[in-house]
Write a protein that binds this ligand. Sequence first.
Ligand code: FES
Ligand code: FES
Length: 170
Amino acid sequence: MTVPELSSTVRLMVNGAPHTLAVDNRTTLLDLLRDRLDRPGTKKGCDHGQCGACTVLLDGRRVNSCLLLAVAVDGREVTTVEGLADDEPHPMQAAFLAHDAFQCGYCTPGQICSAIGMLDELAAGWPSVVSDGVGHLDDAEIRERMAGNICRCGAYVNIVAAIREVAGGD
Ligand code: FES
Ligand code: FES
């Protein structure tokens, strides 16, 4: 009987650094980041694609890392919350701090990564059910576009304010 191959070699960039490692084919990107690459900023909430705590940027686009197998991101570029700041915090991080847009902070890495990805989607003209996606970003638009990110502390009002500041909306 042939024994199935259970591991694969994955090469990926994480926060600008290259990594090559053998992974069990069942490993999610989230577990790879947290358990193998020492990037615990990305949080595991539901592990089922429902809370957004695990959101990272994959080639600049927001994804739920708990829903992606590590082997599926071979050759791709991942940015986690640890990779957003240069010498200074990323503007979205600074806005979250300025607006007290968190309480326990557990959802915050996912909220920040998602907000950055969301603004890029808006700039690219992606529509939403609230509007045609063109023009200013009001609170309803922000709430709709961030609906995949849950905050158990209910910090939503300040999260919306922080995103609005970065977006320059009303
Ligand atoms: S942990 Fe991935 S969406 Fe909840
Ligand atoms: S700040 Fe606690 S879950 Fe969002």
